[in-house]
Design a protein around this ligand. Structure first.
Ligand code: CP3
Length: 374
C-alpha cells in the first residue's frame, strides 16, 4: 500500500515522462514490468465517477464536457479518487469521446441515454471531411489537467493517461452513440472497407499524438480502451482492426507502459496481445489463470473482478477477490482491477473495502474480515 502519501513531491526526473525513482519503483510500475512487488497493486477503472458524493456535487454544477475542459476540476476529481480509495494508480479524468467533440461531430451526454453524437459519420465523404487535428492544441485542457494532477498526486502514485482504441472510437463515430449490434459500424467495415481503413488510420494518427502528448505532460502509463471490440469475430479483428491497433501501440513513446484493455475479448486475447501492450486488460468473464496461460509470460495482466460484485455483500466481494488473488499468487505481472468500470450504484465503502482487501491479502496479511458493514 502506498505510504508516505504526503511526502514532498520529488522533482528529480530521469526521463521525459516524469518517471522519478519513486514512481519507477512503485508497485504499479513494477507490475507493468512484470517485476515482483510486495503486494498486488490495484486501481479501478472509472474510479472517479457518480458513485462518489463529491463527484455528484461537482457534476450538479457542471456538465461532463465542462468538467473535462476545466483542468483544475478534472485534477481535483482525479486526485480525490486516489486519496479516497488509496489505490496504487490514478487515471486522468477525461473521456474517450473527447476527440469526437474536437472533430466537430457534436458530442453530448444525455441523461439516461449516454453519449450522443449529433453528426455521425456514415459515408466516404463524411470521413474525408474529418479535420486533421494537432493533439496538443485540441486537447490542451487534458494536458494541463495532467500537469496539475501530477503536481497534486502523492509522489509515489503513477498517473495513467488514456485514449479509446480505433474500433471503439469508430463505433461511436459511426453509430452516433452506444449500440447493441454495431450494424452501421460493421456495414461500413464490410461494404466500404477502403473508407473504414481510412477512418481508422485517421483515428490512429490523432491517438498516437494525443497519447504521446499525455506521456510528455506527466502520465507514467497509457491505457487504450477497446471497450466494444468484443463485438467482432477474431477473423474480422485481424482483417479490420489489428493493423490499426498495432500501429497505434507501436507509435507510443518507448518505455511508457501500455495497458491494452477490452471487454468480451475471450476469443481475441492472443490477437490483442499480438497487436501490442505491456499489460493486457481482461474482463470478468475470463478466469485469470486461464488468461495467463493463453497470454504467456511476456505481458502483465490487469483484472478482473466483475464490477457488479461491488454491489453485493462483503462476504461475496471477499470470496471473489480472494479467488482472483489466489489464481494469480506468485505471478509478478498482475495488476488488480475490475473487469470494467465502477458502476454508479456502487458504495464507496465497498470500493475501499476491496482495495484494502487486495493489499492485505496479497501482502500476506489475510485478515480481511474486519472493517465494519456495508
Ligand atoms: O476515473 C476514471 O476512470 C476516468 C474517467 C473516465 C470517464 N470515461 C469519465 C466519464 C474514463 C476512463 C472514461 C472512458 C470511457 N468513456 C470509456 C471506456 C471505458 C468503458 O467504460 O468502457 C467509454 C466507452 C466511454 C464513453 C462514455 N462516456 C460512456 C459510454 C458514457 C456514459 C456512461 C454512463 O455511465 O453514463 C460516458 C460518460 C462518462 N465518462 C461518465 C464519466 C464519469 C459518466 C457521466 C457523468 O458523470 O454524468
Amino acid at each position: 500500500m502506498p505510504d508516505s502519501r504526503n511526502s514532498s513531491l520529488s522533482t528529480a526526473r530521469d526521463h521525459d515522462c516524469g518517471l522519478t525513482p519513486q514512481l519507477r519503483e512503485s508497485a504499479f510500475m513494477k507490475a507493468c514490468r512484470r517485476e515482483k512487488t510486495p503486494y498486488t497493486p490495484v486501481w479501478l477503472m472509472r474510479q472517479a465517477g457518480r458513485y462518489q458524493a463529491e463527484f455528484r456535487e461537482i457534476r450538479s454544477k457542471v456538465g461532463l464536457l465542462e468538467l473535462c475542459k476545466t483542468p483544475e476540476l478534472a485534477a481535483q476529481v482525479t486526485v480525490h479518487a486516489v486519496n479516497q480509495l488509496e489505490v496504487d494508480a490514478a487515471i486522468i479524468f477525461a473521456d474517450i469521446l473527447l476527440p469526437l467533440d474536437a472533430f466537430g461531430n457534436g458530442l453530448d451526454y444525455v441523461k439516461g441515454e449516454g453519449p450522443v453524437i449529433a453528426r455521425p459519420v456514415r459515408t466516404a465523404a463524411d470521413i474525408d471531411k474529418l479535420p486533421r487535428l494537432d493533439a496538443r492544441e485540441a486537447f490542451s485542457y487534458v494536458l494541463e489537467a495532467i500537469r496539475i494532477t501530477r503536481r497534486e498526486l502523492p509522489a509515489n502514485v503513477p498517473l495513467i493517461g488514456f485514449a479509446g482504441a480505433p474500433f471503439t472510437m469508430a463505433s461511436y463515430l459511426i453509430e452516433g452513440g452506444s449500440s447493441r449490434n454495431y450494424e452501421n459500424t460493421k456495414t461500413l467495415m464490410y461494404c466500404q472497407s477502403e473508407s473504414w481503413h481510412k477512418l481508422l488510420s485517421h483515428i490512429v494518427d490523432l491517438s498516437v499524438d494525443y497519447l504521446n502528448a499525455q506521456a510528455d505532460a506527466g502520465a507514467q502509463a497509457l491505457q487504450i480502451f477497446d471497450s466494444w471490440v468484443g463485438a467482432l469475430s477474431v477473423d474480422d479483428y485481424m482483417d479490420y482492426v489489428f493493423p490499426h491497433a498495432k500501429r497505434l501501440i507501436a507509435g507510443l513513446t518507448p518505455g511508457v507502459p501500455v495497458i491494452h484493455f477490452g471487454t468480451g475479448t475471450a476469443c481475441l486475447l492472443e490477437a490483442m496481445r499480438d497487436a501490442g501492450g505491456d499489460v493486457i486488460g481482461v474482463d470478468w468473464r475470463m478466469n485469470m489463470k486461464e488468461a495467463r496461460r493463453r497470454l504467456g509470460n511476456e505481458v502483465a495482466i490487469q483484472g478482473n473482478l466483475d464490477p457488479v460484485a461491488l454491489l453485493a455483500d462483503r462476504e461475496t466481494i471477499r470470496r471473489k477477490a480472494e479467488g482472483i488473488l489466489r489464481d494469480m499468487v506468485g505471478d509478478p505481472g498482475h495488476i488488480f482491477n475490475l473487469g470494467h468500470g465502477v458502476l454508479p450504484p456502487t458504495s464507496v465503502d465497498n470500493a475501499k473495502f476491496l482495495v484494502d482487501l487486495v493489499h492485505r491479502f496479497s501482502s500476506g496479511n489475510s485478515d480481511t474480515s474486519g472493517g465494519g458493514d456495508t
